[in-house]
Design a protein around this ligand. Sequence first.
Ligand code: FE2
Length: 423
Amino acid sequence: MAKILFKNAKLRGQAESKDILVVDGIISKIENELKCIDENNNDIKVIDLNKNLTIPPYVEPHIHLDYVYTAHTPGATNSSGTLFEGIQRWSESKNNLNKDEVKERAKIALKKQITTGIQHIRTHVDVTDKKLTALKSMLELKEELKEIVDMQIIAFPQEGMYAYKGGDELVEEALKMGADVVGAIPHFEYTREFGEKSVKKAIELALKYDKLIDIHCDETDDEQSRFLEVLAAHSYIEGIGEKVTASHTCAMHSYNNAYTYKLFKLLKESKLNFIACPTENIHLQGRFDTYPKRRGITRVKEMVEAGLNVCFAQDSISDPWYPLGTGNLMNILDSGIHICQMMSFEEINNSLDLITINGAKTLNIEKNYGIKVGNKANFIVLNAKNEFEAIRERVGVLYSIRNGKVLFEKIPEVIKSNCDFIR
Ligand code: FE2
């Protein structure tokens, strides 16, 4: 049996540090002062975590890995900064994709994500492509990298299920090929009727193939965009809300409060999950406003206070929708709590939930997620002693532990200087 003992792990919500004993990749004990020798008096390998904050791995619930690093490819530059120009530019420039090229770009992004502490990723993949090139790339990557990262793949019709002829059939084909989640983009369909039809089709396909659902829902400042109520109501009627995610829901930022009050009752009853993309949507939304300009981020603070499950995501890394992005969720969290005004002491202390457990619930992996006896020994160690310090300093990761093994260790930066004050 392979044993390893992690000493002095500072777990969230606990005053004292604990020791974590891992046997064959599974957490066996979490106790005070565990011994470094086993029952046969053999030494157990020890890693001292020095009372640093030890948490479950980050969860990236919404990224477009097939688009990464395409912001500057010929024809892909988005000069208006709007969602709709992003879709147009992608449509015009995506014909030259090949499987290896998509994989190589995605691997660069994945390496960045993994080395900032992410171990669980849900990626959208554009299936409005009759060759399904990107999907084939991502299915291969998921298999090749399964020992170091868990990936869910969304069959996402970027150009619509109906605005793109045969889009609904391509989504179904992608599910048959192995995609885990059904996607849709109702606010991009040509009419309200087609948008509703796409939401209902997504639910029909999810039920038929026993898949999860994640809809790009109301990613617009148009206060008349109300596909969220359609998604929530039908999910509620089918009793599948916990398997369903509404991404973006930016229009909720612009809904009137009377309507939102009524909507929240349905959202609570439906048990839907929500993903907000703070940097992406502060960039894309408000583009048709003069001043004041709307932030365009959904009502994260109010949703959290209402007990709804909300998590944060990067969404894009240097693509036609968003030119920057590093994949580091600590940056996204920092932006998100500022933009959403979630800056009380308690909110800051709790905010790691937005990139850990809340994301795990959204991905429907929460049963086996977390630092608990019996779970796989998957966790990360931050360069901070508590949550507040971690957020204030936007700290990096010292260790990422996967199945009880050190996936990587990072040495904190060293400053060399002749100046006494700096040294
Ligand atoms: Fe997206």
